[in-house]
Design a protein around this ligand. Structure first.
Ligand code: SF4
Length: 540
């Protein structure tokens, strides 16, 4: 038994977390003992442990890591706000008991730069504030201030779920409401939610469900915002989806960078289980620092206790997902909207009535960061332009900064120049410019930044996060990052390399990795000595 439970293969990553939490690292003899307890080959345990960035595997004769790790974010927004200088200042500051690591996005881009001391994030950090937290001994993140179970119930929460359970509200009416509202997956892919529910329902039982809170796209922090304020609205949406689709078990996969949210979710879920004891089993799973687990099939592999390597498709996860069963995979924000949409529809009202502009319909949540005065999550009309977003919701640009360009969809969605700040931001509207909105992470930069450096930053991120199973991505991201370091870019070679990555990578990471680089060649050629093409911006 492990910690009183019969070992389960799919819980391997949970056991690795327990070991590391207890001993400060994963020691080879502990891993061997775990393999024996789980009746697994040692290689199987080692390959999983070494796949995830947050696990420190210590082989025989190797030195264990110091007791404290300070992680300094070096992804896009933090890089623009001095993340590298902060890391440098901290690297020489502490003794042997502290190590400083440069890490990818920690999901707090609205408060850049960010350093995480143990599990305690220090926002708008400088070397002194980080050192003060190190000295304070405070290693955990405070719990978010939320609408808790009682408050949510008191305000009518879970009534809709109960009416669904009682049969007073049919699954078909819920799906019809979602269809009418045009709800789409908000994790990045934008697949119509109602169609996804129907396709999983068409599969044989038992069906499973997995919620993807592995919000790792640099620039994205909206899921943290929703869960950290009104988590029961998400949980109710999840339970309604599970009930309508006929789900036998639910997994909630949350990134390791959100420990307070994880603890809060576990606490609140206990209250929900106590109120409705017949719910399907719900397991909260802790990620371990791998961006690729935000890809749905990579997440499913991780839930099964394996390396988070995306799967070849078909079969799609709606057919063969968690533990081989048809699986409904959702981003938490998508589920967060379910209750509001259905309640409006029951009142005969259109949830999206009057929302949307520039020819688009609906609402979108934008995670806005970078050189704006008021970064944060903005919920506003789909189809709003960047210029409108900055002027109406973000307090304009920071003093002394003029708009030069922006990432419309995090690191993977490409880059647009200021001259394209009047393009409606929504699903499908950015394709003519070789960009996409993804999870709507808008990173705004100014004349004090260089598009090429930001694109390089993104390519290093993808090289670091590539799972390595396909050559175009594993080799291509690394090679592209090296080519992009040259003062003048070899546009022909980078173009070919990018095309090979897009055509031949298994998953979205490798397919999207060339986007920022291609955007620089197209919209910022003057920065990299590349030929200025005669194509008009926007013409494909
Ligand atoms: Fe892994 Fe990259 Fe291939 Fe995706 S594209 S499966 S991340 S190697």
């Amino acid at each position: 038994a492990i910690g009183g439970e019969t070992p389960r293969r799919d819980r391997l990553i949970e056991y690795l977390h327990r070991l590391q939490d207890a001993h400060g690292a994963l020691f080879a003899d502990h891993l061997a003992a775990l393999a024996e307890a789980m009746k697994l080959a040692r290689a199987e345990v080692f390959e999983v442990a070494t796949f995830y960035h947050h696990f420190d595997v210590v082989g025989e004769g190797q030195t264990p890591p110091p007791p404290l790790t300070v992680r300094v974010c070096d992804s896009l927004t933090c890089a623009m706000h001095g993340g590298a200088a902060l890391a440098q200042a901290l690297e020489g500051r502490f003794g042997a008991g502290v190590r400083v690591q440069r890490v990818p996005c920690v999901g707090r881009c609205d408060c850049a730069p960010v350093a995480v001391v143990g599990q305690n994030p220090v926002v708008k950090a400088d070397a002194d504030t980080v050192a003060a937290v190190v000295a304070s001994g405070e290693r955990t993140e405070p719990l978010p201030e939320i609408v808790d179970f009682d408050a949510y119930r008191a305000a009518g929460g879970y009534r809709l779920f109960e009416t669904v359970c009682e049969g007073a509200c049919s699954g078909e009416s819920i799906i019809t409401a979602l269809e009418a509202a045009g709800l789409r997956g908000l994790g990045g892919a934008g697949f119509p939610s109602a169609r996804k529910w129907r396709s999983v329902m068409a599969q044989p039982a038992p069906r499973n469900m997995a919620v993807n809170i592995d919000e790792g796209e640099p620039g994205t922090f909206k899921d943290r915002h929703y869960l950290g304020s009104d988590p029961h609205r998400f949980i109710e949406g999840m339970l309604i989806a599970a009930r309508v689709v006929g789900v036998a078990a639910i997994w909630i996969y949350i990134r390791d960078e959100y420990p307070a949210l994880r603890h809060m979710l576990n606490t609140e879920l206990d209250k929900v289980r106590a109120a409705w004891p017949d719910l399907p089993p719900i397991e909260v799973r802790r990620g371990a620092g791998a961006y690729v687990c935000g890809e749905e099939s990579g997440m499913i592999e991780s839930i099964e206790g394996k390396r988070g390597m995306p799967r070849l498709r078909p079969p799609y996860v709606a057919e063969v997902g968690v533990l081989g069963r048809p699986t409904l995979v959702h981003n938490p924000e998508t589920l967060w909207w379910v209750r509001g949409i259905v309640e409006y529809s029951q009142q005969g009202k259109d949830w999206l009535d009057g929302r949307g502009r520039n020819g688009r319909k609906g609402l979108r949540s934008f995670s806005v960061s970078g050189r704006v005065a008021l970064p944060g999550v903005v919920v506003t009309d789909a189809g709003i332009t960047l210029r409108q977003l900055i002027d109406e919701h973000c307090g304009g640009m920071l003093p002394g900064h003029d708009l030069y360009g922006y990432f419309p969809g995090g690191a993977s969605g490409g880059i647009l120049p200021a001259s394209l700040a009047d393009v409606p931001l929504d699903f499908d509207t950015l394709a003519p410019y070789g960009c996409f909105i993804g999870s709507a992470a808008i990173v705004v930069f100014s004349q004090h930044d260089k598009a090429r450096l930001l694109a390089e930053n993104a390519m290093h991120f993808f090289a670091h996060e590539s799972c390595g199973q396909c050559t175009p991505c594993r080799v291509g991201t690394d090679k592209a990052a090296r080519l992009m370091a040259a003062p003048e870019w070899d546009a022909g070679l980078l173009g070919e390399l990018g095309q090979a990555m897009m055509d031949a990578s298994i998953c979205g990471l490798g397919q999207a990795a060339p986007n920022p680089m291609r955007s620089v060649l197209r919209f910022f050629p003057h920065e990299v000595g590349a030929p200025v093409t005669t194509e008009k911006e926007g013409a494909q």
